[in-house]
Design a protein around this ligand. Structure first.
Ligand SMILES: C[S@@+](CC[C@H](N)C(=O)[O-])C[C@H]1O[C@@H](n2cnc3c(N)ncnc32)[C@H](O)[C@@H]1O
Length: 281
């Protein structure tokens, strides 16, 4: 299913086509989306009657969209793979693995990948993708993880940490399961996104915000925690990590031209996510 078939309707009533770019103040700068076509309600707005972050209820629609859309398929996932580099022979944990597209790509490159996600429906889709032999768990990143100390060479965490209010325990836990020379490679919403979409909001405050969607006619709300950049890096170092790379990459070179919103005027970089490589030691 091409992403443009998902009509996204914001809580402010704007019908939005997937792939639209939405920042009203910096339309030439930002692409606001964890998936295409999203729009952020004002800071503090909730999602009406729809339960937030209920990935179980829209797992298949989300997974199909994520596969080929601009922000996941041609921007976030290629960037994570580029940061991971040569993973042949490495033991990798995919935290918040969703339906397993990154795990699959890493496995294709020669890694042995274990995955977990808090959504049982997403884990089931990952199992269908990766096969019965794959080690997959339903587990919550906010809780102690079912893995031994030092079990992994790398942890990848694509677009999951921004669902958590408190990063302290999760980061300590992710470092625990890494070997001493291991790496945590992660992506989250770029902290500018929240401020661009909510000019009246306090950039420096830890703030919950929501994003409303319909996936194939089904309403969905995702609720995130904004934190300023320094709060991210402070949390990393407090957990014992060293920040090795901060990345704001362009879309992949293979991105089909028609997926790039016209307002970018051919530019291949925009503000959407921020990527980090953290050394465990
Ligand atoms: C935006 S999706 C990304 C999925 C996958 N990493 C990818 O890039 O395709 C976020 C995923 O994080 C999962 N998630 C959210 N909160 C979580 C938590 N506390 N523990 C584990 N997984 C979580 C969701 O169920 C969902 O599958």
């Amino acid at each position: 299913m091409p992403p443009a078939e998902n009509e996204i309707v914001s809580r402010r009533g704007f019908p939005l086509r997937a792939g639209a770019a939405l920042s009203h103040h910096d339309g030439d700068l930002a692409l606001i989306a964890s998936r295409p076509g999203s729009v952020a309600p004002r800071a503090g707005e909730g999602g009406g009657k729809v339960q937030a972050n209920d990935y179980d209820s829209f797992a298949e629609a989300y997974s199909a969209d994520n596969e080929t859309n601009l922000v996941n398929g041609h921007y976030e996932r290629p960037a994570m793979l580029a940061l991971a580099g040569d993973v042949h022979g490495r033991q990798i944990l995919d935290a918040g693995c969703g339906s397993g597209p990154l795990a699959m790509a890493l496995r294709t490159r020669g890694a042995t990948v274990t995955g977990f996600d808090s959504s049982a429906a997403m884990v089931e889709l990952a199992r269908q993708r990766l096969g019965e032999e794959a080690e997959l768990h339903v587990a919550d990143l906010g809780q102690p993880l079912p893995f031994a100390d030092g079990a992994f060479d790398d942890v990848v965490a694509s677009l999951v940490l921004h669902y958590l209010q408190d990063w302290t325990g999760p980061l300590v836990e992710l470092r625990r399961v890494l070997r001493p020379d291991g790496r945590l490679i992660l992506s989250v919403h770029h902290p500018l996104i929240f401020k661009l979409m909510n000019p009246e909001a306090d950039y420096f405050a830890l703030t919950e915000w929501s994003d409303a969607y319909t996936f194939s006619g089904q309403p969905a709300v995702l609720s995130y925690w904004h934190r300023p950049l320094h709060a991210m890096t402070d949390a990393f170092t407090a957990a014992g990590f060293r920040v090795a790379v901060v990345s704001e990459p362009p879309v992949s070179a293979e991105t089909p031209r028609e997926l790039l919103p016209p307002h970018l005027k051919g530019r291949r970089s925009f503000v959407s996510f921020i990527f980090f490589v953290l050394d465990a030691n």
